[in-house]
Design a protein around this ligand. Structure first.
Ligand code: TYM
Length: 328
């Protein structure tokens, strides 16, 4: 069995992009591997958060994990800040990283560009992410395409530690879906679908009511042609919608092409909306049940205990190797 770790930030609403790029794979991997999935609240505060909102979103994302199909008896589900070792190993890895490699991170460049003042937390964000992954000696990290560069840095930091202090950390591999690793905005296929986009028509939130989903899909931008053909370079909008279709209906891209041959975009979009609704409606019902039951707190408590048991051992070993004096 492989060890798997991933995380999602509790900032804003989760989107269909988070679901297809990451959550769906979490659910899949839990059946065969040893999985740790967390809500990364320490990462969320790398940009300012309203405290009440952060607390609400952390609980909401945990409930969405379960509603999406993560089974807490199979996978360990926890909140990053409940396991103190993340912050501590994060600092140790910050001392191993170079300014230059952190400056090259495209996520940092995007989030800091044009800003007068940029938080230091945003800059060292990837070293905390490396700590998240390496604390569990994860072999696989299921993420969307936008996290690939952070994974590369994590691999470099693991190598660096192993070379300097003795071979200890597993060098992890990204686990990225072939289609849907980068779900794009519904209004602009050159931009990633993102929960922080101020135009709510650009993304489908996992908790959008069915009629809102139908409206957003019917209004999604397409080209002026009528052929339902997968061609990301020349038909980025329709290819993006086909990626969503493929994941929500669980059929392949060539099957979609065959199904809509000669029919134009209308019937395709209408069916797509129904497939998305048929995935999200049960998830939403389950979400509300979980929120009402209050059981999420127990799940997170047990998750934090299981995660701490692993993380505390790793941190103690790493500190020994680095030469920290043990308290006696
Ligand atoms: P976050 O919270 O931005 O996104 C969570 C996951 O969703 C994926 N994703 C997408 N996939 C496809 N299309 C999209 N439009 C899309 N938008 C988001 C992301 O790639 C990610 O997998 N840094 C991470 C959180 C993190 C983490 C970790 C991940 C912290 N520590 C350790 C893995 C392992 C992030 O900001 O994800």
């Amino acid at each position: 069995m492989k060890k798997v770790l991933s995380g999602i930030q509790p900032s804003g609403q989760l989107t269909l992009g988070n679901y297809i790029g990451a959550l769906q794979n979490f659910v899949k991997l839990q059946h065969t591997e040893v999985c740790f999935f967390m809500i990364v609240d320490l990462h969320a505060i790398s940009v300012p958060q309203d405290p009440a909102n952060l607390r609400e979103q952390t609980e909401a994302v945990a409930a969405l994990f379960i509603a999406a199909g993560i089974d807490p008896s199979k996978a360990t589900v926890f909140v990053q800040s409940h396991v103190r070792e993340h912050a501590e190993l994060g600092w140790l890895f910050t001392t191993l990283a170079n300014m230059g490699e952190l400056e090259r991170m495209t996520q940092f460049k995007d989030k800091s560009s044009g800003k007068e003042s940029v938080g230091a937390g945003l800059f060292v964000y990837p070293t905390l992410m490396a700590a998240d992954i390496l604390l569990y000696n994860a072999d696989l990290v299921p993420v969307g395409d936008d996290q690939k560069q952070h994974l590369e840095l994590t691999r470099d930091l693991a190598h660096r530690f192993n070379t300097r202090f003795g071979s200890y950390f597993t060098v992890p591999e990204p686990y990225i879906p072939k289609v849907g690793a980068r779900i794009m905005s519904l209004d602009d296929a050159s931009k990633k679908m993102s929960k922080s986009n101020p135009n709510p028509g650009s993304f489908i939130a996992l908790l959008d009511p069915p009629d809102v989903i139908r409206k957003k899909i019917s209004r999604a931008t397409t080209d002026s042609g009528r052929e339902v053909k997968y061609d990301p370079a020349n038909k980025p909008e329709i290819s993006n919608l086909m990626g969503i279709y493929s994941h929500c209906a669980n059929i392949s891209i060539p099957e979609i092409e065959a199904r809509y041959e000669g029919q134009g975009y209308g019937p395709f979009k209408k069916d797509l909306a129904e497939h998305v609704v048929s995935v999200l409606e049960p998830l939403q019902n389950k979400y509300h049940d979980i929120r009402n039951s209050g059981e999420i707190h127990n799940i997170l408590k047990q998750g934090a205990e299981r995660a701490t048991a692993v993380a505390s051992r790793t941190l103690a070993d790493a500190k020994d190797l680095m030469g920290f004096l043990r308290p006696r």
